[in-house]
Design a protein around this ligand. Sequence first.
Ligand code: SAH
Length: 381
Amino acid sequence: MPSATSTTSALVDLKGLLPEQLRALAIDLGEPAYRGDQLFTWIQQQGECSLAAMTNLPKRFREGLMAAGASVSHLQLLERRDSATGMAVKFLFEAEAGQIESVLIVDGDRRTACLSSQVGCALDCKFCATGRMGFKRNLGAGQIVDQLLQLHAAAAEHGDRVTNIVMMGMGEPLLNYDEVTQALRIIRHGDGPTAGPAVGGRRITISTAGYLPGILRLTEDDLNVGLAISLNATTDAIRERLMPINRKWPIADLLRAARGYFERKGRRVTFEYVLMDGVTDSDEDATRLAVLTRSLPCKINIIPYNELGASPGVEAVAFEDFRRPPKSRIEAFVRRLRESTGHTVTLRESRGSDIGAACGQLYRQQETRTREQPASVGVAG
Ligand code: SAH
């Protein structure tokens, strides 16, 4: 668990602290412990970012916090776009050293917040827009929580609340392990009927490109969340070409780790599989994927590739040669997989492609508008 001072700036971000850490801070400042709980309520449930506005806290406590360099982070919203379909809302935030995006996805009764963990990403997956940016920096726990608070406030405009969280925005969450797990612990806290966006561990999923040390660490962690692994290929030769991380931790390692996660946590891992025309969508791929996962309790989520030129009226930007397969091929792949495995196989529909909220789209729009800064925004959700 990160200490109170482990955020990237010199300031203590109170939004990134658990109730027990806030209680310890209160005691340090000569206040009773319950002042820490009051702070937590103000920040996480009332969404208050100004210490001055927390009027039921003694002035000397608030001044003591400020003198100690404490503040409450709040990401500046640069742009919000609501999909005409009402199925997605995309948020573009300013974070130090770049911008990040988060997406609120509407699906039946579900309101899923897709959150970013890093500004940019170091893993260089060839099909992913974020990979082009390179790595800029890790987000602090408070900045991850803040994305959720802002999305939650947007959901509340319609009388809704966020019900699910996926760490599938920008970045590799397991390469920012401490801050991501700290954020999820804060979010899980007080799971129940509170005014805040508390979401239970069963409705939280961390998605990884396959950073094995992180998967093993999460397996041993007492934080109980869902795990998704972006498999995206059925042979190491193809996967290496798409995802350089495969050279270090190939498919067999990931399958073994997924089994370990299931055995330890009792939760089936989800394999994400992006369908790219002529690259990952053959009948042989479907058969191999079935064989690879046959004896493994898991779920499979098929994601048709989102092309950068996919939304109408927006100039396309060349991005490697990846294409979304035709609909018939996507359906055939899913059918074959369903027929040959007992797994739950889901097909992820892209919501909000009209606002550039689907995987890989935001980057293109940013690049089209400001070509002199081509790598400023990416999305991988
Ligand atoms: N780094 C993590 C989380 C971010 S990516 C991971 O790799 O899992 C979230 C998902 O989006 C991954 O499964 C990734 O393979 C997928 N993805 C990235 N770019 C995409 C694109 N252009 N179209 C469809 N899916 C994409």
